[in-house]
Design a protein around this ligand. Structure first.
Ligand code: URP
Ligand code: ZN
Ligand code: ZN
Length: 459
């Protein structure tokens, strides 16, 4: 059945106007004022609401064997939580470890998602080693529709690559037109600092930040930029958390190195004092790069507003408190990661737009449009235009609510934003023209999502 979204205030990265949107067969086919439509059209009145392009989370972990356990969501639970929060597409990190076969890993990650996702999705393919089989396998994966790789400069002996492997990955990526996303922390420094802290009896989550200080991230960011300069590849720093790393990344950008910057919502709102609580309450807030001193938050907000930070993701990676307790005797054993997929858009809107820190168009650009452009999904995704997929978020800015693990849909028993207030939420969400969320409730069948195949992008 065709769908008409009537009288909403359409907000994109570069436009704001009131109009009707008509959708047939998954696609926006008309935009205009007082559109005439066939009698069998379902009509949604969006008067008084914003209509945003579906939001895109460029960095999530759904299936993830990691640190002696598994991240808690499945595609069923994670995609429903994403949609309730207005995210209609996510890019999952496909992360076989360096002891696994790369292609087998890719097929395993694909099989976990296929038929199980309510929202659209694709993968960043992690390159966690570079041996005799890697190049041909990566060529096969790119031919299957993946145009982004992921490297970890941290997590030595598990996901991490050394400098030689980084160079080989970037050289191949340049040839293939693939962008390389990177977790930028110096693995050697992290290992040494962790051992030194533990040897001094500093075992609680309070020391996690001290084991990965801002210099460790600044070095990783700078090294990644240097390797991009040497190879000519295009890069994307994930979850940049602090002013020191930002300075290195912006220096690289202004020197003309093709480097995009992602930051994630926890680093804008939470600080290291949460992890300093110790015990499982502190472990709940352990992620890497760590939550930082609060002084880093203003530079992040400013860089976001000014466009130096390109995208806002979540790095969604949920663990129950029982899993977080695995690190009771040593912070190095706390599974790293926080849940956020459901809350990103509402938090960015509330604490960015609503509190006057972020322009409404920059909000749309950073949470949707720019990711679509960087990762080869634009203009299918990330905009409201005739011919684009009808992924739409009808957003009610008058809604008032409170985040809680008791009411969220993520498959995890805690929320790092427990009790935080939100000034708005999606009241209706469509994925390719089918309504998936009404009044905050998921109403889809859970299998609407499809794998988005993306072509190489020669930046
Ligand atoms: O702490 C984090 N970020 N966990 C997920 C894995 C990663 O580094 O992205
Ligand atoms: Zn990471
Ligand atoms: Zn991550």
């Amino acid at each position: 059945m065709p769908l008409l979204i009537k009288n909403g205030e359409i907000i994109t990265a570069d436009a704001r106007y009131t109009a009707d949107i008509y959708i047939e067969n998954q696609t926006i086919t008309r935009i205009g004022v007082a559109l005439e439509v066939p009698a069998d059209t379902e009509i949604v009145d969006a008067t008084g609401k914003y209509v945003f392009p579906g939001f895109i989370d460029p960095h999530v972990h759904i299936f993830l064997p990691f640190m002696a356990t598994h991240a808690k969501d499945t595609h069923q639970t994670g995609s429903i939580a994403a949609l309730i929060g207005g995210t209609t597409t996510y890019l999952e990190m496909c992360c076989p470890s360096r002891h696994d076969d790369t292609l087998e890993g890719y097929n395993l990650w694909k099989s976990k998602a296929e038929g199980n996702s309510a929202c659209d999705y694709s993968f960043h393919m992690s390159v966690t080693k570079f041996d005799d089989t890697t190049e041909s396998q990566l060529r096969e994966i790119v031919a299957d529709g993946i145009n982004s790789f992921k490297v970890f400069l941290s997590y030595k002996n598990f996901f991490g690559v050394d400098d030689g492997e980084l160079y080989q990955t970037l050289t191949l990526a340049k040839e293939l037109g693939v962008i390389v996303t990177a977790h930028c922390e110096n693995a050697e420094l992290v290992g040494q600092l962790q051992q030194s802290l533990l040897a001094q009896g500093k075992t609680s989550s309070a020391y996690h930040e001290a084991s990965r200080p801002v210099q460790v991230e600044a070095e990783g960011t700078n090294r990644f930029a240097t390797f991009l300069e040497m190879t000519g590849a295009t890069g994307y720093v994930v979850h940049l958390s602090c002013a020191a790393a930002l300075e290195r990344a912006v220096q690289a950008k202004t020197r003309g190195i093709p480097l995009f910057i992602e930051s994630v919502i926890p680093h804008f709102l939470l600080d290291k004092t949460y992890a300093e609580q110790g015990g499982v309450a502190g472990a709940q807030y352990v992620m890497s790069p760590p939550l930082r001193d609060k002084i880093n938050q203003k530079p992040l907000w400013d860089a976001l507003e000014q466009g130096f930070i390109d995208t806002i993701g979540t790095d969604h990676c949920p663990f129950d408190l029982e899993q977080k307790a695995l690190g009771a005797d040593a912070f190095t054993a706390i599974p790293n990661g926080l849940p956020a997929i459901e809350d990103r858009v509402n938090l960015l809107y509330t604490y960015g737009v609503s509190r006057g820190k972020l322009d409404l168009h920059r909000f749309v650009e950073a949470a949707s449009t720019k990711a679509a452009k960087i990762f080869g999904l634009f203009p299918q995704k990330g905009c409201i235009a005739v011919g684009s997929d009808a992924d739409l978020v009808i957003y009610d800015p008058s809604y008032r609510g409170t985040i809680s693990a008791k009411t969220h849909s993520m498959n995890v028993d805690n929320s790092v934003f427990e009790g935080w207030e939100i000034d708005g939420r999606p009241s209706l969400v469509t994925v390719r023209g089918k309504i998936q969320v009404r009044d905050g409730k998921f109403v889809g069948d859970g299998s609407r999502g499809k794998l988005l195949r993306r072509k190489p992008m020669y930046f």
